[in-house]
Design a protein around this ligand. Structure first.
Ligand SMILES: C[S@@+](CC[C@H](N)C(=O)[O-])C[C@H]1O[C@@H](n2cnc3c(N)ncnc32)[C@H](O)[C@@H]1O
Length: 290
């Protein structure tokens, strides 16, 4: 695991909450209702311009993770770090899942709740403002614990996985997508690249595939699948960068809050870390032993 460097770059929970409170409208404008990478086929990702749109590629990521995690009709699903409710609403609509979404951000809580009403799934989607590191659920509450690009922001990932595993019924699944440090990133060059991403994107640390496997297995889960999607998702950052420049977002964002706009300047840092091999993007699915 690579941690955000101590000092000026130290990440605080309050800063993560403020970031999502302030930046959510920018994410919506820039990238749509899902705040996560798009997933293209290898062939499409290699084209100068992929044929599949970013929105469809984001939905494809959600659907592919749902298939890997065997998310089934009517499952009780906890969406940890639910953003604007992109996954929660799609899984409620397509599969009839009964979803509890949690987010640190009050703005996102209201946004996602409203979006669920507009989508006609308010009876199956409940969004709460809660911290995944302290929220309590009774044991065996869920068939699936789902989290797309949130565990990067958690301070004690090992404890989170232990607690989250207890919320699953025996045989329940955990389905995660995460930004990862490469297994061999703990060397001066790659370490610096990962630290720069942690600092710019408010991640206290980034784990490796091996770290996630260890945390999940230590929590009594059996890892049933891991996928490295790095080359299929990295185009996301070129596209975001082009859109940001076209829309003049850095100027608007800086006018509102300089610190919160920092991430807009660091899309190249993230893309560089994927391309140099310092970072990976992974999907990991595990099952609670019966
Ligand atoms: C990159 S966004 C991903 C949003 C959503 N999963 C999606 O794919 O559209 C990260 C999300 O994690 C949430 N988050 C970060 N730290 C959290 C915490 N400690 N507890 C709950 N949510 C958290 C943020 O509020 C935000 O909704």
């Amino acid at each position: 695991m690579i941690r955000s460097p101590a000092g000026t770059g130290v990440v605080e929970k309050g800063a993560i909450r403020s970031h999502y409170d302030l930046a959510t409208p920018f994410y919506r404008l820039l990238w749509g209702p899902h705040i996560h990478h798009g997933l293209w086929s290898e062939e499409d990702a290699a084209r100068p311009v992929p044929l599949v749109s970013p929105r469809a590629a984001q939905e494809h990521l959600t659907d592919t993770l749902a298939a890997l995690g065997s998310v089934a009709a009517g499952d009780r699903l906890l969406d940890v770090g639910c953003g604007m409710g992109g996954s929660s609403i799609r899984l409620a609509r397509r599969l009839g899942c009964r979803v509890t979404g949690i987010t640190l951000s009050g703005v996102q809580q209201r946004w996602a709740s409203m979006a669920a009403r507009w989508a006609g799934v308010a009876d199956r989607v409940a969004i709460r403002r809660a911290d995944a590191e302290t929220v309590q659920f009774p044991p065996d509450s869920f068939d699936v614990v789902w989290s797309v690009e949130c565990t990067e922001h958690l301070f004690d990932k090992e404890t989170f996985f232990r607690r989250a595993a207890s919320w699953l019924r025996p045989g329940g699944r955990m389905a995660i997508c995460a930004w990862l440090a490469a297994d061999d990133a703990d060397r001066p060059g790659p370490r610096g690249e990962v630290e720069a991403v942690c600092e710019a994107f408010l991640c206290p640390s980034l784990g490796t595939f091996a770290d996630y496997r260890g945390w999940m297995e230590g929590a009594g889960l059996e890892v049933v699948g891991t996928e490295d999607w790095t080359t299929r998702v990295e185009r996301t950052w070129e596209m975001c960068d082009a859109r940001v420049k076209r829309l003049g977002l850095p100027w608007v964002a800086r006018f509102i809050d300089r610190r919160q706009a920092d991430f807009l300047d660091h899309f190249g840092t993230l893309l560089g870390a994927y391309r140099s091999g310092a970072m990976r993007y992974g999907a990991i699915v595990a099952r609670r032993r019966s």
